[in-house]
Design a protein around this ligand. Structure first.
Ligand code: AMP
Length: 566
């Protein structure tokens, strides 16, 4: 059976397989291992990946991106009428469309059905977000064998390369939408996560937004209010351009007027000062929780596309007094590690001497009451499993009923680091009947069990009767029912998301349209002509002609795309 690992990213998603030669990325039908995490509706058909991405500017109202940032919330993305039936998509449904496409790519590559998979999640994803990823996988017809924390996956990829060395490393993972830091120790093939910290709402996209806000004022002054999707695209291109160059010149047509400006690294960095400050805290906390100082760290590993920004590398080097490493492409390293974990779960012989342990990122506990000034006051948080405890873990605490004679007790479970529950995340609750006891309080025990995927089970036992009631935290606010998962799975199964043989043509047309939207007025005629020419050759249905023209136009578009940012 194939050992499959998936990186379901904010901006790009990847799928990899563990082979006898180690982990290996699988390309999509366009020949790339990166499938943009974008879904679009075109004439009622669902598109995903590159074809959907090329519609972000021209069909922004029909296209959804960055939905990983909304996992675990009830946000809906309205994409218009389509063959999926509903016009509105949950972040889980959009993720399921991407996962289905990755699954199809892996099946085409491996020549067998792919069901079991290890899926990576930001270490800082909470219970709700983890459950959402599991639900999305099931909707896509996958069995999420296990969830692996992204920095842990990255460390597995690096650790495997150098598994006999003894070292302590810090993984700095800044993706499109999330930030994770983990400290790990590696010795004799054993990889142990010591601590993890992060921010589930901070990523490269926030840097794009800061630059966009900075550019918006200048554009508005010169040529009027820009279209938000064009503005975002320009900011994204400038951000990536500034990773290679000291300054970039932006050229675009906005409100039918040519606009040009120059952005320097200094200007970009000044716009992002607040974000840079936010990145320092989790690093400090992770070191503190691991009981280590900066000098104890031997290696610093960079993961996630956003670590390509020079200001991030400088920040890391300054804070950790070490040059960060990134020998393995930061876009690939998580998917490769997820495949290694799949190999470990599947007991692949090549990994016999490798052991990996991970920790929980959050403190888990229950609501408790305290006697304050003679009366019972609820709303306090009682920790049961402290953050950064090695998983799997099971811990129990004793409690008793609040009132003598009460016949029901409700245990509310929370996650977080605040002393009161109102500042923590509510996970769910469990209500149990207790025998009426007029003499004294009834005693109960509450056991929390945290599994290797970071998912939680709760058992409540009434000591006088020995009766235990259990629940997996599924009664969550916003939890998707098994029924709904099954319904979406069946719909997606029936649905041809997009005809794979037309991928390349559709993608090229999307690119022409996107260039047209961004191009200077003088260039638009040429782009229009390319579109006519290409549509004409498609009509001819001669594959060799289509392929030749696709190559020629692709080269011309490369030139156009690089001319927006010089
Ligand atoms: P990931 O979630 O790891 O795929 O990271 C995606 C994030 O990395 C997005 O915010 C991208 O804009 C950002 N990114 C990708 N390439 C670059 C680059 N060359 N310079 C700066 N940011 C980049």
């Amino acid at each position: 059976m194939a050992h499959i690992g998936i990186d379901l990213g904010t901006t790009n998603s990847l799928i990899a397989v563990f082979t006898d030669d180690g982990p290996e990325l699988i390309n999509n039908s366009l020949g790339s291992p990166l499938t943009p995490s974008v879904v679009s509706v075109d004439n009622g058909t669902l598109l995903c990946g590159d074809m959907a991405k090329s519609r972000l500017v021209n069909a922004s109202g029909l296209t959804a991106s960055l939905f990983k940032r909304s996992m675990g919330t009830d946000k809906k993305f309205k994409l218009g009428k389509n063959n999926f039936l509903s016009e509105e998509f949950s972040p889980e449904e959009l993720s399921a469309v991407i996962l289905r496409s990755l699954k199809a790519d892996a099946e085409a590559h491996l020549g067998c059905e792919v069901v079991d998979a290890v899926i990576s999640v930001p270490a800082y994803f909470n219970q709700l977000q983890r459950r959402s990823v599991q639900a999305a996988a099931k909707m896509a017809g996958l069995n999420p064998l296990r969830l692996i924390n992204e920095p842990t996956a990255a460390a597995l990829t690096y650790g495997l390369q150098d598994k006999d060395a003894e070292s302590t490393f810090l993984v700095f993972d800044l993706g499109g939408g999330t930030f994770d830091v983990s400290v790990l120790e590696v010795f004799d093939g054993v990889m142990e996560v010591r601590a993890t910290a992060g921010d589930a709402y901070l990523g490269g996209e926030d840097f794009t937004e800061k630059l966009a806000a900075d550019l918006a004022a200048e554009i508005a002054e010169q040529v009027g209010e820009p279209d938000p999707s064009v503005l975002r695209k320009l900011a994204e291109q400038a951000k990536c351009g500034l990773s290679d160059k000291h300054e970039v010149t932006l050229n675009a047509t906005i409100n039918k007027v040519d606009f040009t400006t120059t952005v320097t690294r200094e200007r970009f960095e000044a716009a992002c000062q607040g974000l840079l400050t936010r990145l320092r805290r989790p690093v400090e906390r992770c070191l503190y929780d691991a009981g280590l100082s900066v000098d104890d760290i031997d290696r610093v590993i960079l993961v996630g596309g956003a670590t390509r920004m020079p200001m991030i590398r400088a920040l890391v080097a300054k804070q950790l007094r070490k040059l960060p490493e990134c020998q393995i492409d930061p876009d690939h390293v998580v998917a490769l590690g997820a495949a290694v974990q799949a190999g470990l779960v599947g007991k692949n012989a090549a990994l016999d001497d490798v052991v990996m342990t991970d920790v929980s990122a959050f403190t888990l506990g229950m609501e408790s009451s305290q006697t304050i000034g003679g009366s019972l006051k609820s709303g306090y948080f009682m920790p049961i499993i402290e953050r950064n405890t090695v998983v799997p873990v099971s811990r129990e605490i004793g409690a008793s009923t609040g009132q003598i004679g009460q016949t029901r007790v409700t245990i509310r479970i929370y996650q977080g680091e605040a002393p009161t529950v109102k500042s923590n995340i509510y996970l769910g609750e469990i209500t149990v009947n207790v025998p009426k006891n007029k003499q004294e309080h009834e005693h109960i025990t509450v056991r929390l069990t945290y599994d290797v995927s970071g998912l939680l089970d709760v058992d409540v036992t009434i000591l006088s009767t020995g009766i235990t009631k259990s629940m997996t935290i599924t009664a969550l606010a916003g939890e998707i029912s098994q029924e709904d998962i099954e319904k979406t799975r069946k719909t997606l199964e029936r649905l041809k998301i997009h005809p794979r043989d037309m991928d390349e043509n559709k993608h090229l047309i999307g690119r022409i349209e996107q260039c047209y939207a961004m191009a200077r007025l003088v260039d638009r005629d040429e782009l229009q002509n390319l579109l006519y020419k290409f549509e004409t050759v498609i009509e001819s249905q001669v594959p060799a002609d289509i392929e030749r023209l696709r190559g020629e136009i692709g080269d011309i578009l490369n030139n156009f795309e690089s001319s927006y940012v010089r």
